[in-house]
Design a binder for this molecule. Sequence first.
Ligand SMILES: [Zn+2]
Ligand SMILES: [Zn+2]
Length: 278
Amino acid sequence: MFADLHLHTNFSDGTYTPEELVAQAARNKLSAIALTDHDTVEGCERAAIACKAVEIEFIPGAELTAEQNDNEIHILGYFLDTHNKKLLEEIAKFQADRQNRIHEMVARLNQLKVPLRVEDVIKLANCRSPGRPHVARALVKAGFCSSLDEAFERFLKKHRPAFVPKTKISAQVAIELIHQASGLAVMAHPGLNRTDEVIPDLVDAGLDGIECFHTKHSTAVSEHYLEIADKYNLLVTGGSDCHGMSKGRPLIGTVKLPYQHVEKLKEAVAARSQLNQK
Ligand SMILES: [Zn+2]
Ligand SMILES: [Zn+2]
């Protein structure tokens, strides 16, 4: 039995609907999945219904963008109460910031004589959590770039002329936000930016787990983070970070997390809720 605990839908920058994602999960014979869209839990209800129909265990989640000592850190929240008032309020703020950022990126592109329109990006994104991948897709669709890679290389990457930094919450605030919404907080893809020095701080802030298995982690990198998980007594998670067809092929199911880790997550979340009740 295997799980994939890092998945995106078209409620953020993935291309699949929740139902399409779950159909892919069934095709890959996954026993459990988590939906972790950027700054939103909107897709969770539909994904839960679709999972129930095909008897796949569903974990509601989200991926929050945070920072620690100037490093961008993604924090995954699992088993979130998707009706938690404070979580929804904060998510609304993150989404407003994302929308402002789209306006700023388009303004910069316009200054560079690339006449992309905000409406084109918003229409294409068609969600409350628009981001750079949507701007990149709009640039390709309008014929200003020939590929998503080109869009990022020429304009959208950090230090490129249309890059606009995101205002970020601290990792500690992200972890607290997840905890007060009954969730577990997990550091996403630590091997992507290799900022291991922040891990002790995150552990002090209450981090519950670390994503040891990820599409972009080599076996050696996964083993390195398994050791770190062991050292700090962190839960182990893993997922493909599938964004649907946006990168040419769907990644769902390419990272297979042994189900025993899901059991451990469930034990931890049950222990947390007992603690909260006391
Ligand atoms: Zn991420
Ligand atoms: Zn992700």
